[in-house]
Design a protein around this ligand. Sequence first.
Ligand code: CA
Length: 231
Amino acid sequence: MKHLPRILVVEDEPAIAELISVNLRHNGFQPIWVMDAETAQREIDDILPDVILLDWMLPGESGLTLARRWRQSARSKGVPILMLTARGEEADRVAGLETGADDYIVKPFSPRELLARIRAVLRRRAPEQAGGVVQVGDLSLDADTWRVTYQGQALKVGPTEFKLLQYLLRHPERVHSRGTLLDKVWGDHVYIEERTVDVHVKRLREALGEGGRMIETVRGAGYRLTAQVQG
Ligand code: CA
């Protein structure tokens, strides 16, 4: 099972929301559509999205106010925000970006442009979700096809172990504390204990077979993925 990036779509116009949602779904994203600020907030409190698409003109609180609040909140400040705006004026764009939005798209926009912008903010904020192949030594992971291989042999890896491995492969030869791994891999670790990391590292090692030796325990510090396996 692949982790589909979760995109919270805050948009009060059903026709636009529907168009966006269909396009996201067809392109490997998981859209969650909400029509107002209150429902959006509940959604964020419940499961943190990977990207927020935020309409500027909403009933009640404006997109601008929401963007500012989500940027200031410890829980949501790391989530990329893409503003959707009908306003094309320079001053408005600047205002949107100043509240902390990562980018903006002027309506009407093409689905292709929307997807490109979403992928761009994901790449900037969370390279782990942007896809592509990453390889260290004999160990290779393809985020687009969800394949992990060691010495050319395909391996079965669970979804959490996949994300963990992806992070380790992108940051090899470095020691990562359990706290860092929780932060970078789970992202939203309010209710997760550090020993959860140990459980998933153990599973990952098992899934990798011989390649599991590449993940070293660094006593008192955390874990490191290395191509220079000892012994
Ligand atoms: Ca609107």
